[in-house]
Design a protein around this ligand. Structure first.
Ligand SMILES: NC(=O)c1ccc[n+]([C@@H]2O[C@H](COP(=O)([O-])OP(=O)(O)OC[C@H]3O[C@@H](n4cnc5c(N)ncnc54)[C@H](OP(=O)(O)O)[C@@H]3O)[C@@H](O)[C@H]2O)c1
Length: 296
């Protein structure tokens, strides 16, 4: 494997953190994020706002990466409805600036996208299905994909959905939220009409390394093996953690009156990755058992 110089954006986020760990044996890593400090000890770090073109070019000119992993994004789906300008700056302009630098410096770009590109009428979606976003987050992420495709030939866009796993911070985690509430005997309401294939951040980071090793380019879906609704996911969590499932009550997405509409039958078709060698795809129940043993 060639020794790369790898810039990771969004390195303090859930996926960025796992990529920082997994890509250490691929090359020399520089992690970056909005904050002035790194959350991951021992990994070189520099603050970077990807929506600032001058800052992107200055850092890239100094570090001179041969590979950029763009895990930075404005991921609060409801806030994207009111902070539209920020959503497009981070999710559309940011990828554009990274792609522009990459194009002029023979640098590879691996970018992350979402099943929220689709309207949720007929998921799980294949790589070739036509996007039709129904909220600002999805629209801004679609813009990011379009910019990369327009500017840069040597790219990989990895679409994923409902990421979960042990992150570098105490940031909201679905599994932790379910476990902590049920342990305190609190009733929780979980939507039973949003379908996805939840994706373990550990498996995704390893899969991305394998895509890189195999030289995969273009667009590829990476989602978990199990396609289920969020209520069923919560029930599986309670089952694995031996908690009282009767405290979990189903609710419809409509009743939550969220700022952003949600694609209901979402998720990603993973036929393509099943044909590739050595792509980790751990069953959801096994993942939850591991999380129970190792902490969340
Ligand atoms: N999480 C999911 O369920 C999910 C589903 C599908 C696709 N994805 C995609 O997967 C990728 C990684 O998601 P994630 O779950 O790891 O998200 P995350 O935990 O929210 O991490 C994203 C990171 O990007 C940072 N960031 C925000 N604006 C930035 C900017 N202008 N410049 C640099 N960094 C910035 C965030 O900082 P702050 O926290 O300070 O804002 C955060 O540390 C994203 O592309 C996301 O769209 C995620």
């Amino acid at each position: 494997m060639t020794k790369e110089k790898i810039l990771i954006t969004g390195g303090n986020g859930l996926l960025g953190y796992h990529l920082s760990c997994v890509f250490q044996d691929v090359g020399k890593i520089l992690s970056s994020d909005l904050q002035p400090y790194s959350i991951t000890a021992g990994i070189p770090y520099s603050p970077l706002n990807i929506s600032n073109k001058e800052a992107v070019f200055a850092l890239c000119n100094t570090f001179n990466p041969s590979l950029i992993l763009n895990a930075a994004a404005y991921t609060n789906v409801d806030d994207c409805e009111s902070s539209i300008e920020t959503a497009f700056l981070v999710n559309t302009s940011g990828p554009r600036f990274l792609a522009e630098w990459c194009e002029n410096h023979a640098c590879k770009l691996i970018h992350f996208s979402t099943d929220y590109l689709f309207n949720g009428e007929s998921g799980p979606y294949r790589e070739t299905d036509a996007p039709d976003p129904i909220n600002m987050y999805g629209l801004s992420k679609l813009g990011g994909e379009a910019q990369i495709r327009r500017i840069l030939k040597n790219h990989l866009i990895v679409r994923t959905n409902v990421l979960f796993g042990k992150g570098p911070t105490e940031k909201a985690s679905f599994v932790r939220w379910v476990v902590e509430n049920l342990r305190e005997y609190r009733v929780i309401h979980v939507v039973d009409d949003q379908y996805n294939n939840p994706t373990w951040s550990n498996d995704l980071a390893l899969a991305v390394k394998q895509f890189y090793t195999l030289g995969v380019t273009g667009v590829i879906n990476y989602g978990g093996l199990d396609y289920l609704n969020r209520y069923a996911f919560a029930k599986l969590v309670s089952d694995v953690f031996n908690l009282d499932a009767s405290l979990i009550h189903p609710i419809s997405t409509n009743r939550l009156a969220l700022a952003a509409p949600r694609p209901l039958k979402g998720g990603l078709d993973i036929t393509k990755i099943k044909l590739l060698p050595n792509i980790p795809l751990t069953p959801l129940k096994t993942i939850l058992t591991r999380i129970k043993e190792t902490g969340y």
